[in-house]
Design a protein around this ligand. Sequence first.
Ligand SMILES: *[C@@H]1O[C@H](CO)[C@@H](O)[C@H](O)[C@H]1NC(C)=O
Ligand SMILES: *[C@@H]1O[C@H](CO)[C@@H](O)[C@H](O)[C@H]1NC(C)=O
Length: 366
Amino acid sequence: MGAVSHLTLIIVLLAVSSSVVHSCPPSDRAALLAFKSALREPYLGIFNTWTGSDCCRNWYGVSCDPETHRVADINLRGESEDPIFQRAHRTGFMTGCISPAICKLTRLSSLTIADWKGITGEIPRCVTRLPFLRIIDLIGNQLSGTIPADIGRLHRLTVLNIADNSISGTIPGSLANLSSLMHLDLRNNKISGPIPGNFGNLNMLSRALLSGNRLSGLIPSSISRIYRLADLDLSLNQLSGYIPASLGKMAVLATLNLDSNKLSGVVPTSLFSSTIGNLNLSKNSLEGRIPDVFGPRSYFTVLDLSYNNLKGPIPKSILGASYIGHLDLSHNHLCGKIPAGSPFNHLEASSFTYNDCLCGKPLKAC
Ligand SMILES: *[C@@H]1O[C@H](CO)[C@@H](O)[C@H](O)[C@H]1NC(C)=O
Ligand SMILES: *[C@@H]1O[C@H](CO)[C@@H](O)[C@H](O)[C@H]1NC(C)=O
């Protein structure tokens, strides 16, 4: 057979197979329609596309497994470059709630209902019985209630993002059983209580963003066992106790934000000769001196130690740091001459103000 007849055969086969192609199962379609009926999206009309018997075809934000024709992804983002948004000249807005009917989509792999601003109600408890779920992304709504206690059953879950909602309650102990979790974002909710001591079991985790909650208690030192963790943000909580020194020994930790908590004790020496390049410890009750351990391995785009109770001088070794982009040592009890040298030349007075008796450039002469 020549190439042309090959092509003809393929076209014929495609035509035949598409006439017998399965549409989505009626039960998946019914589940989607129940999900849709609990929501109101007045401006864009995305649900106007949810008509016809085949929910795998041209239903906005729905996609199916090509083999099983089961619904695999719900991907509804209220902030998007999609033409539907450009035509409307606005971002999305939805009210209503997330119907538990979605739990009948038993092959669901991703559930993204993000940035719709007005969706209220709880995260349906039953999502923890969707064994194929890999992504839960519900950022930017007004969801309330708690994180399902048995969330740890979702052993394929790689992304859990419920940031920017009104979720309350505590972090369930079972969360640490999410053995595939890579990205955890709980920022800006009302979550209280401690970070579970077994948090360090999340050994696939690379980003843990818990800032802007009401978390209290200690920073579990088990966190430093998470080999892949690159980004740890616990800022704007009520965490207390010491900063575990082991955080400075982590293999790839690049960002450590512990600012605006109630941490006390000294700043661990290990943090200044580590992989951390973005360190914010501002607004705590840290005391003692700034460790005199800077060296060529110290490379900081941000080093913010402001609003603590640090005393003593700025250590001379800081001149040996390979880079310090943004430095803030203001609002402490530091004293003595500001070291003069290259990492410091670009800094302004505001980096050093409100201390007991710092002097020299860029402050007044000693
Ligand atoms: C975590 O998983 C283990 C093993 O599957 C189980 O025994 C344990 O009860 C789970 N922990 C929680 C808090 O759910
Ligand atoms: C560090 O944290 C403080 C307090 O939360 C915040 O105001 C400041 O902007 C942060 N610093 C940088 C450089 O982001």
